[in-house]
Design a protein around this ligand. Structure first.
Ligand code: HEM
Length: 286
């Protein structure tokens, strides 16, 4: 007996639009899809084909940056409650997002350098320098460089937001505070002293961490958190390295639209570290 394809189709739940009633929440309303897909507005005229890619990739990054900030906020709360495993849950999610973001940058290499030049001048002086969320992430992981506030001088609202991140909690200081709460011998204001280059403080932190690294099972929750923090740092660094490679491939050694030297400036940022002592501790292991 052969089956009737029409009957087969009607049994399939995918062909039952009647389950929805008129007032039900819809996918498009919940996710604001019409609004979202109306936000890509090219500057080139007529719109260059590749500008759509350029806009969408940046917007996708900004959405993921928003999630990373959201996760770091929760991680900070857990660290302040001295709950390393709970904090690790949120940091681990940031790592997985960063893993995706490192891959994603390479989509831009499908754009011919000559095609980019056809609309690049329309974008100046807009630049990644003005990504407030990227800078908020840097500040929240503990890489705090006040000079970047100047990129927002024409937007006092954004500058104030970033200043609040500069003055607010960050993962590095929250981590040291948590160690203190867990009974480790860590000086007060350890992050501030460490940033100022206080060698004694750095040595004390390393001494406190060494036993955990020598024997991870002696404090597994803490060890798992520290390794997730290092992994987050590693992926932030990898993003910087992949970004600069892509920039070199697309624009070579041209200056950035934001006024920097371009590749040279970006290379200088690849050595930034959020948790230098968590890297250093493995050098000290014997
Ligand atoms: C063809 C693609 C791209 C080119 C040619 C490019 C080029 C540059 C250049 C030259 C800079 C240095 C600042 C300046 O002088 O403007 C920069 C910074 C930056 N770009 Fe890109 N970029 C590209 C794609 C992206 C994408 C997809 C993102 C995703 C968000 C991004 C995010 C950033 C950020 C956050 C900075 C600041 C980095 C820092 O100061 O450490 N860029 N970019």
């Amino acid at each position: 007996m052969t089956s009737d394809p029409k009957n087969e189709q009607s049994k399939c739940p995918m062909h039952s639009p009647s389950v929805y009633s008129a007032n039900d929440l819809t996918y498009n309303d919940y996710l604001k899809v019409p609004e979202l897909i109306s936000l890509q507005q090219p500057q080139s005229e007529p719109a260059h084909h590749d500008e759509m890619l350029f806009i969408i990739i940046h917007q996708a990054y900004e959405l993921w940056f928003k999630l990373i900030l959201h996760e770091i906020e929760s991680a900070l709360e857990c660290m302040s409650a001295a709950e390393p495993l709970k904090a690790r849950h949120f940091i681990h999610r940031c790592v997985e997002v960063m893993r995706l973001l490192v891959q994603q940058i390479h989509i831009l290499e499908t754009m011919h350098p000559a095609d980019f030049l056809e609309f690049r001048s329309r974008l100046a002086p807009a630049s990644g320098f003005q990504s407030i969320q990227f800078r908020e992430i840097e500040f929240m992981v503990g890489v705090k460089d006040e000079s970047y506030l100047s990129f927002f001088k024409n937007r006092p609202d954004l500058q104030a937001k970033l200043k609040a991140r500069l003055d607010g909690p960050d993962l590095r200081s929250a981590f040291y505070d948590m160690l203190m709460k867990l009974g480790f011998s860590i000086p007060k204001d350890a992050a501030t002293k460490e940033r100022a280059g206080d060698v004694e403080t750095q040595e004390q932190i390393l001494l406190a961490l060494l036993p955990v690294y020598k024997n991870p099972s002696s404090n597994l929750p803490l060890y798992l958190l520290t390794e997730s923090l290092v992994e987050l740092d590693e992926y932030l660094g990898l993003w910087r390295e992949h970004h600069v490679r892509v920039v070199e491939r697309v624009i070579g050694y041209k200056r950035g639209t934001g006024g920097s030297s371009g590749v040279e400036y970006l290379r200088s940022t690849t050595s930034k570290k959020s948790f230098p002592l968590l890297w250093e501790v493995r050098t000290r292991l014997v």
